[in-house]
Design a protein around this ligand. Structure first.
Ligand code: B12
Ligand code: SF4
Ligand code: SF4
Length: 381
C-alpha cells in the first residue's frame, strides 16, 4: 500500500511523501506554547485560538493513527535576491507569483486521500495551511527534511522551495525516520534577514518578519520597519534564497504552479495605479488577492518611498486622496521620503485640512515636520 501511495503522489506532482505518527512530536507542545507566550505570533490570533489541537494532532481528530506528509517543489527560475535590487519594481515572493498553492495542493491532497480511502476501511482528512496543523514540524518528524535555522523545511534533494500538505488518516502506517539537521555552522539566513527577525537560530519572531508585516498585518506598518522592507510588496524570500541547500533543487515541473510573467518584477508605477477591479484582475487566482487591494497598496507605497526615484513621487501624490486611510497614510510617508520638505508642506496644505483619520494625520505631522497641534498645522505650514 505504501509503495502504491508513493507512486500516486509522484504522479500527482509531489516530490516527496513520508509518514509519521502523532506520538512522535514530544517537543511540539512546549515549543509552540513558548512561541505563543512570547507573543511572537503578533496579531495572528488564529495561531493561539486552537493551540492545543495544533500541538497535539489527536486533539484535532482522536481517530488519527498516521500522518502522511507531502511536499511540492516551487523553485523559482529567477533569483529573488536579484529582484530586491530593482528599486523601481515590486518584489512579490516566489510562492505568490503563481496560482494559489492552497488550491493546487488541496485538490491534489484530496485525490491522494481519496486513493488511500478507496483501498480499504480508511478515513482521511486533508490539510494545507487552513487548519490547526503544524506542517513543518510534521514534515520534519516524517523525515521529509529538517527545519533550518530560518525555521522553514529544507530537503537535501530539493532545498527549501517546498510547499507542504498533510493527510491525517486512521490507517496504520510504519513511521519513517525523522529528518536530521544539516545546517551545521552556516548562518546565512540569519545574517541576511533585513529586519533581524530571528531572536535565535530556529526561532522566528513573526512580528519582525516582512512576510508577516506585508501579508498578515492589517494596520499601518510601524515606521521603523519601512526602510528595511525595500521593494518587497508581498512576502519575502531572502532567508530562503540564500540557503546553500538550494543548489541541488530543480525548477518546478508542476505546470499549475508556473510563475506568471506579469508578476515577475512589475513596475511600481503600475502597481501604484491599481484600483480594486484592476487589482483583482491582475492577481486573480494568486495568494496576493486574499490580502485585498488596500493592504497591497499600503505595501506598494512603502516600496515607492524606498525607491529613491523622484519620478515615482507622482504615483504617490495620486494616492494622497485614496479612499483607503491605510493607503493615504503610506502615500504621505512615501512623499516624505521622495520630496523636499517644502513640497511636502505644500501638499499638506492641499490635502491635510480635510483629513479626518488620526493615523493619516500623524503621518502628515511626521512627513511635513509639524510639531504644533493639528488645529495649528495649516497655519504652521
Ligand atoms: C504562521 C505561518 C507563517 C508566519 C510565521 C512563520 C513561522 N516561521 O512560523 C509568517 C507570516 C511569518 C510566515 C512566513 C512565511 N511562510 Co508561512 N506559514 C505559517 C503557517 C500557517 C503556520 C506555521 C507555524 O505553525 N508557526 C508557528 C511556529 C511556532 O512554528 P515553527 O517555526 O515551526 O516553530 C518551531 C521552531 O521554532 C522549533 N524550535 C523552537 N525552539 C527551538 C530550539 C531548537 C534548538 C530547535 C532545533 C528548534 C526549535 O520548534 C517550533 C515548533 O516545532 C504554515 C502552514 C501550517 N499550517 O503549518 C505556513 C508555512 C510555514 N509558510 C510557508 C511559507 C512558504 C512561508 C514564506 C516562505 C512565505 C514568503 N515567501 O513570504 C515565509 C517564510 C518566513 C520564515 N522564515 O518562516 C510554508 C513553508 C514550507 C516549508 N518548506 O517549510 C508553510 C508550511 C505553508 C505550506 N503549507 O507550505 N508564515
Ligand atoms: S522572510 Fe525575510 S523578513 Fe522574514 S525572516 Fe526571512 S529574511 Fe527575515
Ligand atoms: S541558510 Fe544555512 S543556516 Fe539557514 S537554513 Fe540554510 S543551511 Fe541552515
Amino acid at each position: 500500500m505504501r509503495r502504491l501511495l508513493e507512486a500516486r503522489a509522484r504522479d500527482l506532482g509531489f516530490c516527496g511523501l513520508r509518514v509519521t505518527r502523532p506520538d512522535r512530536l514530544p517537543d511540539l507542545p512546549g515549543r509552540l506554547s513558548a512561541w505563543l507566550a512570547e507573543g511572537a505570533h503578533g496579531t495572528m490570533d488564529w495561531m493561539s485560538e486552537r493551540a492545543d489541537q495544533r500541538a497535539r494532532p489527536t486533539g484535532l481528530w482522536p481517530g488519527l493513527r498516521s500522518i502522511v506528509v507531502v511536499a511540492m517543489n516551487y523553485r523559482p527560475e529567477n533569483d529573488p535576491l536579484a529582484l530586491v535590487a530593482l528599486k523601481d519594481r515590486g518584489a512579490v515572493a516566489a510562492y505568490a507569483q503563481r496560482r494559489d498553492y492552497h488550491e493546487v495542493l488541496k485538490g491534489k491532497l484530496k485525490e491522494l486521500g481519496g486513493y488511500l480511502s478507496a483501498k480499504g476501511d480508511v478515513r482521511v482528512k486533508v490539510f494545507c495551511d487552513t487548519a490547526p496543523v503544524m506542517e513543518k514540524t510534521l514534515a520534519e518528524a516524517a523525515g521529509l527534511g529538517w527545519q533550518g535555522k530560518h525555521t522553514v523545511l529544507i530537503s537535501r534533494a530539493h532545498g527549501n522551495w517546498l510547499l507542504l500538505g498533510a493527510i491525517y488518516t486512521s490507517a496504520e502506517f510504519e513511521p519513517d525516520v525523522s529528518g536530521r539537521d544539516h545546517c551545521g555552522s552556516c548562518r546565512a539566513c540569519l545574517d541576511i534577514c533585513p529586519t533581524d527577525a530571528f531572536p535565535a537560530p530556529y526561532r522566528l519572531d513573526a512580528r519582525r518578519c516582512i512576510s508577516y508585516l506585508t501579508i498578515e498585518y492589517a494596520g499601518p506598518i510601524p515606521v521603523g520597519f519601512r526602510p528595511a522592507i525595500g521593494n518587497r510588496v508581498f512576502g519575502c524570500d531572502d532567508c530562503l534564497a540564500v540557503c546553500p541547500w538550494n543548489k541541488f533543487a530543480r525548477t518546478s515541473a508542476e505546470t499549475r504552479l508556473a510563475a506568471r510573467v506579469e508578476l515577475d518584477a512589475p513596475p511600481l508605477a503600475d502597481l501604484a495605479a491599481l484600483d480594486d477591479a484592476a487589482f483583482r484582475s491582475l492577481f486573480a487566482g494568486t495568494p496576493v488577492k486574499r490580502t485585498g487591494r488596500d493592504r497591497f497598496l499600503r505595501n506598494v507605497m512603502i516600496a515607492v518611498g524606498n525607491s529613491g526615484a523622484r519620478d515615482l513621487a507622482d504615483p504617490a501624490i495620486a494616492r494622497l486622496a485614496d479612499d483607503s486611510s491605510l493607503v493615504r497614510g503610506m502615500a504621505v510617508w512615501a512623499c516624505g521620503q521622495l520630496l523636499e520638505p517644502e513640497v511636502v508642506r505644500a501638499l499638506h496644505r492641499r490635502y491635510g485640512p480635510g483629513e479626518a483619520d488620526p493615523h493619516v494625520r500623524a503621518e502628515w505631522r511626521a512627513a511635513a515636520g509639524l510639531t504644533e497641534p493639528w488645529a495649528d498645522e495649516t497655519s504652521a505650514a
